[in-house]
Design a protein around this ligand. Structure first.
Ligand SMILES: [Zn+2]
Length: 209
């Protein structure tokens, strides 16, 4: 991340958000992506926000990561505005509809139809759809991690690996993608005053470290 707070953070990206990301990096909640850990020898199911200003960077990083580990670039793509934060039972409704079940169905077509068993969920910040849903950075990450835990639980028979990344646009063409260490995240969030972790998160937290 930038050494100092950029003078012109993108719209929707506050100084408080910057400090939160800084803390998550210091606590190793956000860590470097190791290509091999994807285990994506048959490809990946990326779950991405449609954001036209960041999609290219997100997708390029993903395909470069797969290539670096000799995995095929074979994306069974789930893309929709805010999709990574709309996978949880606790995600906001869109036009009154619960679309989390629709996305879970779409994700399951990956293993069912293409035998692709690695899912990469990439929430990003700042995200216009998060703002439209009145979700801040922390709650956005929580929903994405929670959605990942739900998929691990509900699709455990057909899914091998669920990874959650965070894409950050610091402005001035400085973008980075990190992996969220889910267990460290859960420990961090339960230490915060932001409210209780969701039940699915507790399911993950109960697993041995
Ligand atoms: Zn977005």
């Amino acid at each position: 991340m930038p050494q100092i707070i950029p003078e012109h953070l993108p719209k929707g990206f506050t100084v408080e958000d910057f400090k939160t990301i800084q803390q998550l990096l210091e606590k190793n909640v956000l860590v470097s992506i190791e290509a091999a850990e994807l285990g994506a020898d048959r490809g990946v199911i990326p779950v991405l926000c449609s954001d036209g200003d960041r999609m290219f960077d997100v997708f390029t990083h993903l395909s470069d990561t797969c290539t670096a580990a000799n995995f095929p670039v074979r994306p069974h793509l789930i893309a929709y505005p805010g999709a990574p934060i709309l996978l949880s039972n606790h995600s906001p409704r869109i036009l009154g509809a619960r679309i989390d079940t629709l996305f879970i169905y779409g994700i399951k077509t990956g293993p069912d139809m293409k035998n692709i068993r690695t899912i990469v969920i990439v929430p990003h910040w700042p995200c216009g759809m998060a703002k439209a849903c009145n979700l801040g950075l922390i709650r956005s990450i929580e929903l994405a991690v929670n959605g990942g835990a739900r998929i691990e639980r509900d699709l455990q028979a057909c899914v091998r690996n669920v990874v959650v990344w965070l894409h950050v646009d610091y402005g001035e063409a400085f973008m980075r993608t990190y992996r969220i260490d889910q267990k460290k995240w859960l420990r961090w969030i339960t230490d915060q005053k932001h409210g209780p972790a969701y039940p699915e998160a507790l399911y993950l937290a109960s697993m041995p470290l």
